[in-house]
Structures are given as structure tokens and as C-alpha cells.
Design a binder for this molecule. Structure first.
Ligand code: SPV
Ligand code: MN
Length: 630
């Protein structure tokens, strides 16, 4: 270690913590840690290794410092983010780029030098009087081809605690990394706290420095902005993956059984926030590996995936014993859970929106003391819990945790599911003709009606390719090309599917029940294993009525009528064509490196749709299409 650091680190860290840092024989890491200790100027520093004592210290301090409060059930705590700090802040999240670098107009950026100066100014003395925590983690299972080492500096015990739940400890791995190893770096300060929440949200920044593989986050607590290893690391990993020929995706990873449970097929799934992604990964009777982020690699001619995380930071709303039994059960039994931005009722129980119980009449929530009819500082009605309220749990604590969660080799992906929130265009489930057709017409064209998971207006239809647009750190065209290339040389690539859980009928009501997604998933499992045929439409393959009827009976014990099938699987040609126009316009005006194959694939689909319309009209019943072995 450089001489000039030794005194500084010893003074701030104390002997024990100093030794923990010194033992990591990595000069780049020492430089990083010393630089930010000097700049942020904490009163003291805690270094978290992989030991259970260190884990417990962080957990205990989160409560002692009142960033979390204990709830009635053993192991449960609650954390509040500020009234204006309830979601990812897209407008203040920026890539720091040199003048000659371009990512494209849909990706927020800032001049690197200017941005670094600004954020360093905000960080200066930001931890005065506070304790800094330095944590070492591993993205992906440890000791794996997929592993990435990462170090997090934060002044928030809530953030450090969340990371302990969500990520694998990586101190030992850092030791093995040695001096030459690369790692991701995150620096976070919650800034000045007032009533336990970040006061100066106007100085909220999330700045990403791709060159140094480092992200800064200031004056915010919401985990999507602060937990470095989550969405911040994703941006760094997308860049690194692009350089190295693999993929970082906004995907769950789950194992789906056949009917007698003699076979398990792994699926990944990419959905924008709050579109049923976690609920799919947690389907009763199936197995979960992950609910949010996956790394995919081609290994020995197969597509393999791992969960980058080992926990869930899930939305908690509309979760009841009836709708999501597996999640509900894990959130109500004793065990380690951090709830955020739900209501703490008078008995210290967490209450979230639409939890299947009578609404609470009093409590404390993200706005302070709450009673019905309360108005917020912006004069808006304050619901008893926030729509983007969350829970943080370990996957290993779930009964449906998959045995391969920690498998360093990952699991083979049989199918990939893309979805969005779409009221009028796509059918509940469709399969693409092949890999390229799926990536280009289904994944690269995802649109979703906005939700409470990001700040801003809800219900606006927005383009979000692969549900990954918010996190892209490379130009869109290159990202699409990487997705096309990953299966080069793979004999049997995963099948690609598209789902829509939010389709509505003429009267505006949802056409499907909340549990119907299980049927679609089971149908996809059968398709991957060649057990059912399909109908060929201009846009892809769809299920036969008889197969769904049987699955509805088997999975949900429900009768599925021909009328329901016909309404749900009618090809809505005007809406499909309108979507194509919207998407092509985006690619023509905002994307500078669209792969040629994309335009051709969309144009071919347009032609097929127009021919179909000439023959059958605007709205085409699924019974028109022919079946067979597709
Ligand atoms: C999402 O919004 O996609 C999430 C939660 O998974 S966040 O960490 O905010 O990104
Ligand atoms: Mn997510």
C-alpha cells in the first residue's frame, strides 16, 4: 500500500478495519478507497468482510441509526425513502462521456469532466460525522466464469444491509483477485438526513463513469438509485459484456416443470418494471433462480444463465394470500425481510396496497403519520402505502428456491420470454418463428405503459427494448446485434416468446385473470420440449385452443371457453401496424446504428400482416390460422 494512504486509513478505519483493507493486495482498490475516504471525510470507516459478525453489525446498525425500524414479526424491518425519492430517477441518471463518445439520443449523458467535478463537489465532506461502510461483493455466483467483483462505499446502513441480502459476499474473492483484477466500484451518500430521509433531493445524482467502471450516487436512498450492485452495476456490466461477447439482461430466471414434475426447463424473462416479472418467477409450484438480472453466455454450444443477485427487491402491491401465495407466505412468516415504503400500522405490521385485508385507518408511511384523506406536500392524496413499495428478501429463504441458484456453471436456457404492459395490441402469448425474428420483432420492439417504478407520469406508452433501455450503456444497434450474435453456432437456441398479461377487451376490462400467466408458461414449457403444435400467424406461432383448454383445466382447474380464446387470440391488425409505425419511427429518428436485418424483419412482417388483412379483414380470429407441426 502507498505510504501516504497508511496514516489516513489507519486514522479513519482503526487497526482492525485497516488490516481488512490491507489484506486485499490490490493497489487500484487501495487508491480507490483512500481517495473517497479523503473526499467524503467520514468520522469512521467500517470494512465488511464475508464474516457473519460483519453482516450482523450492518444489520444492527441499520436499526440503531433508525434507517430501519423493527416490525412486529421477528426479523422484519421497515425503511422509508423520502416523499420525493420513491423510484429510480431517470432524468438525473447520466453517463459521463468524453466529447467524442456517443451513445445515442435516447440515452442520457453528461460531459465527463464536468460531471465528475460536479459529483465530487457534492461528495466532498458528505460523510462528515457519519460512518462509512465499505463492502465487497460478487455479482453472479462466486468462483464462476460469470463472477464480477465489486466494491461498494456507502454511508447508509440500509443500503449496506440490502446489499448483504441481495448479493453474494465477495471479500475472499477479492483476496484471490490479486493486483491485476478488474472490479466495479460504487460510491453512495444519502447526504444530509432529515427525519431519517435524504433532505437535499435536488442534489440527487446517479453518474456512471464507464471508463473507470465506477458509479456515483448522491442524496437519495431508494434502492434502485443507491444499491450499486443492482441497476448501477447493470449499466457497467452491459458495457463489459459487449466487449467480451456475452449479455447482461433485465431478466428473471426460473425453472418450469412439466405436469408430472419429471422434467424442468429453465426460462429467462424480460419485462419492464411492474409488469408481472417477479410474479412470473414466483409462480406456485415452479422454481425461482432470480427475479431481475441475469448474465447470459454461450458455453459449449449452449446458452447458459446465472442470477446476478441472490435476493429479491420486489414490488409489494396487489400481493395477497390468494393472488400470490408463495410471495405472501414468505412476507408474513418470521425471517429477514426489509419492507420499504409500505405503511407501518399501530400494531407494527406492514400494510401494502391491495393486500386482501381491510384498509388500515392509521399508521406511519413515507409521508410521516398517516390517516385516510391525508394530502402530501404537493397537495396530492397520499395512499396508505406507496405503489412502488418494496420488500427485500433472500431467495435461499424461499421454499421455491431452485437448487442451481449458486451453480457456478449456470443453467441452460430453454426459452426466453419478453413482455410489456399493453392494453390493446399483443396476444397473451406468442412464439417467434426463430431467434432472429424473436430478437428483432418481439424483444427490440417492446413497448410498455409506464408505471410507478420510475418517477414521472404513469400510463404513457414508452419504447423499452428488451426492457433494458434504462440501463443501456452502449448504442442500441450494437446491443441488438450482440443479442443476435450470442447464438451464433448454437444448434438449438432457446425459443423466444412474447407475453402480454394486460390485454383488455372492448369494454376496457382485462381479458385475463392474474393467474392465467401460469397457463402461458406451461404452454411455453411444452413448446420448448416439442410436446404441442401451434398455429402460424403473420407474427408468430400461437397456441391451439384444445391445448390451452387442457392446460387451464390442469393448472387452474378452470374451464376455458372458445369465446375467451377467440377474443384473447384475435390478431388485431390495425394495432399491430400502428405499433410497427411507432417503433420504426423511433429507430429511424433516434437510433443511429440500427442493424439492417431489423428493418427488413419488420417490413416482412408488415407485408404478411397486410396480406392477411386483405384476405380476412382487420381483426382475425385465431380459428382462421392453420395448425401443424411448427
Ligand atoms: C425495476 O424497477 O426494474 C426494479 C427495481 O427492479 S429498481 O431497483 O428500482 O430498478
Ligand atoms: Mn428490474
Amino acid at each position: 500500500m502507498k505510504k501516504e494512504y497508511i496514516d489516513l486509513l489507519k486514522k479513519k478505519c482503526g487497526e482492525d478495519n485497516f488490516r481488512k483493507i490491507e489484506a486485499l493486495n490490490n493497489e487500484k482498490m487501495h487508491d480507490f478507497v483512500a481517495k473517497y475516504i479523503e473526499l467524503c471525510n467520514p468520522e469512521k470507516v467500517f470494512v465488511r468482510t464475508d464474516s457473519p459478525e460483519d453482516y450482523e453489525y450492518v444489520r444492527k446498525m441499520a436499526v440503531e441509526q433508525q434507517e430501519e425500524k423493527k416490525l412486529a414479526t421477528e426479523g422484519h424491518t421497515i425503511h422509508f425513502d423520502g416523499y420525493y425519492d420513491q423510484a429510480r430517477d431517470k432524468s438525473n441518471t447520466k453517463y459521463l462521456l468524453r466529447p467524442d463518445e456517443v451513445l445515442g439520443s435516447d440515452i442520457n449523458s453528461e460531459d465527463r469532466e464536468k460531471g465528475l467535478m460536479e459529483v465530487h463537489g457534492i461528495l466532498k465532506d458528505s460523510m462528515a460525522g457519519k460512518e462509512m461502510i465499505i463492502g465487497f461483493f460478487c455479482l453472479g455466483p462466486t468462483d464462476s466464469e460469470f463472477s464480477i467483483s465489486a466494491v461498494q462505499i456507502t454511508d447508509s446502513f440500509y443500503v449496506a444491509h440490502s446489499e448483504g441480502i441481495l448479493y453474494r459476499s465477495g471479500y475472499e474473492q477479492f483476496r484471490k483477485l490479486g493486483d491485476s483484477g478488474r472490479f466495479f466500484r460504487f460510491v453512495h451518500t444519502a447526504g444530509v438526513l432529515e427525519n431519517g430521509v435524504s433532505r437535499d433531493v435536488y442534489k440527487r445524482r446517479v453518474y456512471i463513469d464507464l471508463e473507470e467502471e465506477m458509479v456515483f450516487s448522491t442524496n437519495t436512498q431508494y434502492a434502485g438509485n443507491t444499491v450499486g450492485l443492482k441497476k448501477l452495476s447493470m449499466r457497467l456490466a452491459i458495457k463489459r459484456a459487449s466487449e467480451e461477447g456475452w449479455l447482461t439482461e433485465h431478466m428473471f430466471l426460473m425453472g418450469v416443470y412439466n405436469s408430472d414434475k419429471s422434467r424442468k426447463t429453465y426460462f429467462t424473462g424480460s419485462f419492464p418494471s411492474a409488469c408481472g416479472k417477479t410474479a412470473t418467477a414466483m409462480l406456485e409450484g415452479e422454481k425461482i433462480v432470480g427475479d431481475d438480472i441475469a448474465y447470459l453466455r454461450q458455453i459449449e454450444g449452449k446458452i447458459k444463465a446465472v442470477n446476478v443477485e441472490k435476493g429479491i427487491f420486489g414490488i409489494i402491491r396487489d400481493v395477497s394470500r390468494d393472488s400470490d401465495p408463495a410471495i405472501f407466505e414468505s412476507l408474513t412468516k418470521p425471517g429477514e425481510v426489509i419492507f420499504s415504503n409500505v405503511l407501518k400500522d399501530l400494531e407494527d405490521n406492514p400494510r401494502w396496497l391491495n393486500d386482501g385485508r381491510p384498509e388500515p385507518v392509521e399508521g406511519v408511511n413515507f409521508s410521516g403519520e398517516w390517516i385516510p384523506g391525508k394530502k402530501g406536500p404537493d397537495d396530492k392524496d397520499v395512499p396508505y402505502a406507496h405503489k412502488n413499495a418494496r420488500y427485500t428478501i433472500k431467495i435461499a429463504d424461499l421454499e421455491n428456491c431452485d437448487e442451481n441458484l449458486e451453480n457456478p456453471e449456470g443453467v441452460e436456457v430453454g426459452g426466453i420470454i419478453y413482455g410489456g404492459r399493453d392494453s390493446d395490441t399483443n396476444m397473451p402469448v406468442e412464439q417467434s418463428f426463430n431467434w432472429q425474428h424473436g430478437i428483432l420483432t418481439q424483444a427490440a420492439t417492446i413497448e410498455s405503459e409506464t408505471t410507478a417504478a420510475t418517477l414521472g407520469k404513469e400510463g404513457v406508452r414508452t419504447f423499452n427494448l428488451m426492457a433494458n433501455l434504462d440501463f443501456l450503456s452502449i448504442p442500441i444497434g450494437r446491443y441488438i446485434q450482440n443479442n443476435l450474435d450470442i447464438t451464433d453456432g448454437v444448434e438449438n437456441p432457446p425459443l423466444i416468446f412474447h407475453v402480454n398479461y394486460f390485454l383488455r377487451g372492448k369494454d376496457g376490462d382485462f381479458l385475463n385473470g392474474i393467474k392465467d400467466k401460469h397457463v402461458w408458461v406451461k404452454w411455453m414449457e411444452k413448446r420448448v420440449n416439442g410436446e404441442v403444435d401451434a398455429l402460424k400467424t403473420p407474427c408468430g406461432y400461437i397456441p391451439l385452443y384444445e391445448d390451452l383448454k387442457q392446460l387451464f383445466k390442469e393448472v387452474l382447474d378452470k374451464e376455458y371457453s372458445k369465446d375467451d380464446y377467440e377474443e384473447q387470440f384475435t390478431l388485431r391488425i390495425p394495432e399491430r401496424l400502428a405499433k410497427k409505425e411507432r417503433i420504426l419511427k423511433i429507430y429511424h429518428t433516434k437510433v443511429f446504428d440500427t442493424p439492417h436485418a431489423f428493418i427488413k424483419e419488420l417490413e416482412d412482417q408488415r407485408k404478411r400482416l397486410e396480406e392477411c388483412r386483405a384476405e380476412h379483414g382487420d381483426y382475425v380470429s385465431p380459428f382462421v390460422f392453420s395448425g401443424g407441426k411448427h
